[in-house]
Write a new protein. Structure first.
Length: 335
């Protein structure tokens, strides 16, 4: 097999990327950090796959981020991009997968059973249900779980069509609603999605039905399955407006409510972390702030004390602002 064929081009691309890293004395972790600083935030597993000759070629989006992190430009950059195109057996006609996910949350711990459930749905190769809804009370970690699972699915290459994200902001407080003046409508959510898919303002249909039709038509043109993450959905109708038509796409939703009218959706109920997971979370949070802070790791009994101190500090800050003071602070004990 010659170097112009897909496997040879893939090996050469990755060899040259690794050589560039070695020449600059950089590790994979350094590349991940630099992509975050550049606002491109490529996950660790994605960088690892992009440099592993046993894996397929990176997406053009991932390669661009890695080249930016390495500071490669000019003719070298063009040559590496051409190698990626040759390594991709779909060729230049492939539709580049859109990547619209926010950064993966730092310090995520636990939730292994829930992650497994979500990944069963987020598998276009299976015949399982196509929509999963993460349900739980405010602040329990629904969005963090959904993003974590979504990043895993994308990094494993399950969605060559890409990933789309929209926050419906269904549970914003009164201050946020006043600042925004109008709620996030289905028409606006569709506009956000279409912009992510490359539709410019001058080509944006003016009506919700027009946007919905274009949205589903665009999804049907994708080169492979895509994942759609709908965060903070207040109603089932808000979700239905964003469901795909044709194609083997998957939808992941977060909400405080169970949506019985979403036919075939799998609901994953999220409860509070276990005691062990809570201790691990506090330990992780302390070390993200200061890698040398091992108080909880050395003495797990410190965890409740640190949690109480952090909560007290938060309450003290909120207590100085009557507009943001939690309602439960004003209730007498026991009510």
């Amino acid at each position: 097999m010659t170097d112009t064929e897909p496997n040879g081009a893939n090996r050469e691309l990755k060899m040259r990327l690794r050589a560039a890293m070695k020449g600059q004395g950089l590790s994979q972790a350094d590349i991940v950090t630099q992509t975050q600083l550049n606002g491109e935030a490529v996950a660790k597993a994605t960088v690892s796959n992009a440099l592993n000759a046993e894996k397929g070629p990176p997406s053009s989006v991932t390669l661009k981020a890695i080249l930016n992190a390495l500071g490669i430009s000019g003719s070298d950059r063009e040559e590496l991009s051409r190698l990626r195109d040759r390594a991709d057996s779909r060729g230049d006609q492939a539709v580049v997968g859109v990547v619209g996910l926010p950064r993966e949350p730092e310090g995520f711990v636990g939730r292994q059973d829930e992650i497994k459930e979500l990944l069963e749905v987020l598998d276009p190769a299976s015949g399982s249900r196509r929509t999963a809804v993460v349900v739980g009370m405010p602040g329990v970690g629904k969005s963090a779980l959904a993003l974590h699972a979504a990043h895993i699915a994308v990094e494993e290459g399950r969605f060559p069509g890409g990933a789309l994200y929209v926050d419906l902001d269904g549970y914003a407080g009164e201050a946020e609603k006043k600042a925004r003046q109008t709620p996030i409508s289905a028409a606006h959510a569709l506009e956000v999605m279409l912009h992510t898919m490359g539709v410019t303002s001058e080509h944006m249909p003016p009506t919700e039905p027009g946007r919905a039709a274009l949205y589903r038509a665009k999804l049907a043109e994708f080169s492979g399955p895509a994942m759609i993450l709908i965060d903070n959905a207040p109603t089932a109708d808000a979700v239905k407006a964003l469901l795909p038509g044709l194609g083997n796409h998957r939808v992941l939703v977060t909400s405080r409510h169970t949506f019985t009218s979403l036919s075939g959706a799998r609901h994953v109920e999220l409860k509070v972390l276990t005691v062990d997971e809570s201790v691990e979370l506090i330990d992780t949070a302390l070390q993200l702030f200061n890698p040398h802070d091992l108080r909880v790791r050395k003495d797990p009994g410190q965890a409740p004390r640190q949690a109480v101190r952090a909560t007290a500090a938060g309450i003290a800050r909120l207590g100085r602002d009557p507009e943001r003071r939690p309602a439960w602070l004003a209730r007498p004990p026991g009510r």
